[in-house]
Design a protein around this ligand. Structure first.
Ligand SMILES: Cc1cc2nc3c(=O)[nH]c(=O)nc-3n(C[C@H](O)[C@H](O)[C@H](O)COP(=O)(O)O)c2cc1C
Ligand SMILES: C=C(O[C@@H]1CC(C(=O)O)=C[C@@H](OP(=O)(O)O)[C@H]1O)C(=O)O
Length: 368
């Protein structure tokens, strides 16, 4: 069984992660992990904080001479934003965790402790965890890719949900956004710039694809073992993600069954000519690519703030203005890839098992 925990605050000393259940003897390439961390920091529209932070992983345990040992892996990622002068916050930002967190944890005098953890800075540690899971999946030739498909209503890349061409996505550059053409790219950048000038923010939609997925991950036997349910929760756990779609989920409600269900064929193996199900039926992977789309709402911190209440005086006021991203959709895309990697690695270990990578590979080969 794989499980993980993260700890750390946005402006605390460090973020830490503990990941248990990764088999022994797996080669860990730290450059690959640090590149994943770097990919999460890219994206036009992010704040100055991203040029301050240079995320890299310091391994504390569970990896020796570049190989996993089977022991829990722990690591840290330094916060260069540590010790910044941070003022009190008592005018909660609509859309952030400020108000509900202040009431829940009785932090009404200063909301700072709430947003320190609600902040998406924590997702750096999740990418640390997910990138180790990606290495596990790569050992079985399973890969995960993602791209941004729209920002603020402007299409940036074509959805590939139905047997589309994934070659473009494999090389998607999240430094800005993967765009259909340079005109769309120009339009999007202009929109982000204008939005920033107006003191406003944006969201968008991302798409993930998992390839070379074996049949049988997840299960229908109990509600909490369904793979689509697990993926849904992992995606919804990313700050800002407000909708998750598997395959052609949204359109399916407007279609006839004859239009949406993927007919079954056989030629040496079972296969489908369409993939509206996004690779999952009855909570079980069916061997087709896993396709997930997620929509992120606009960033809650607005330079031109919305109405709020001063929690000291209870008078109408304007929400607190903090340094903030205008858009973080490309970064969320990398977080989502890594959360999907975690869920798939967890399911792989549940189904095939193995205390060493050799054992896992042997079990896997025998079963598929
Ligand atoms: C990579 C990333 C960066 C983010 N940056 C900011 C930010 O700079 N300012 C902000 O207000 N929200 C930011 N968010 C979104 C908030 O963290 C999120 O909206 C908030 O925690 C409330 O959670 P919810 O949107 O899931 O309800 C970011 C999210 C992600 C994934
Ligand atoms: C630090 C990160 O994202 C942060 C997420 C975030 C939020 O409210 O979620 C607010 C901003 O932090 P700060 O208040 O320091 O400017 C973002 O920069 C990161 O992604 O590494």
């Amino acid at each position: 069984m794989i499980r993980f925990l993260t700890a750390g605050e946005s402006h605390g000393k460090e973020l830490v992660g503990i990941l248990e259940g990764i088999p022994a003897n797996m080669d860990i390439d730290l450059d690959f992990i640090n590149n994943e961390l770097k990919r999460r920091q890219k994206g036009y529209g992010r704040s100055e904080r991203m040029s301050m932070e240079k995320d890299d992983m310091v391994i504390l345990s569970g990896i020796n001479k570049g190989k996993t040992t089977g022991n829990p892996i722990s690591f840290k990622i330094k916060n260069r934003g540590y010790l910044e002068v941070l003022g009190k916050i008592n005018r909660p930002r609509p859309g952030h965790g400020d108000l509900s967190g202040a009431i829940k944890y009785n932090q009404k005098d200063d909301v700072r402790n709430v947003l320190e953890r609600a902040s998406a800075r924590e997702t750096a540690a999740r990418v640390g965890v997910g990138s180790i899971c990606k290495v596990l999946l790569k050992n079985l030739d399973i890969e995960i890719y993602s791209h941004v498909i729209q920002i603020g209503g402007i299409e940036s890349s074509k959805s590939i949900y139905n047997k589309g061409n994934i070659e473009d996505i494999k090389n998607a550059d999240h430094s800005i956004i993967r765009v259909v053409d340079s005109i769309a790219e120009e339009k999007i950048i202009k929109k982000i710039r204008k939005t920033k000038e107006k003191g406003d923010t944006l969201g968008g939609t991302i798409e993930l694809i998992g390839v070379n997925i074996p049949v049988g991950l997840g299960s229908y036997v109990s509600w909490d073992r369904r793979l689509d349910g697990k993926i849904g929760q992992s995606m919804m756990s990313i700050p800002g993600i407000k909708a998750v779609e598997i395959g052609n989920g949204l359109e399916s409600g407007k279609s006839y069954g004859s239009e949406i269900h993927d007919e079954i064929f056989y030629e040496k193996n079972y296969f489908r000519k369409t993939n509206n199900a996004g690779g999952i039926e009855a909570g079980v992977s069916n061997g087709e690519d896993i396709i997930v789309r997620c929509t992120m709402k606009p960033i809650p911190t607005l330079k031109k703030p919305l109405k709020s209440i001063d929690m000291n005086t209870k008078k109408t006021s304007l929400a607190q203005v903090e340094r903030s991203d205008v858009l973080a959709v490309p970064s969320a895309s990398i977080v989502a890839e890594n959360m999907l990697a975690y869920i798939l690695a967890e399911e792989i270990m549940l189904k095939f098992g193995g205390d060493s990578i050799e054992e896992l590979k042997k079990n896997y080969k025998l079963s598929i």
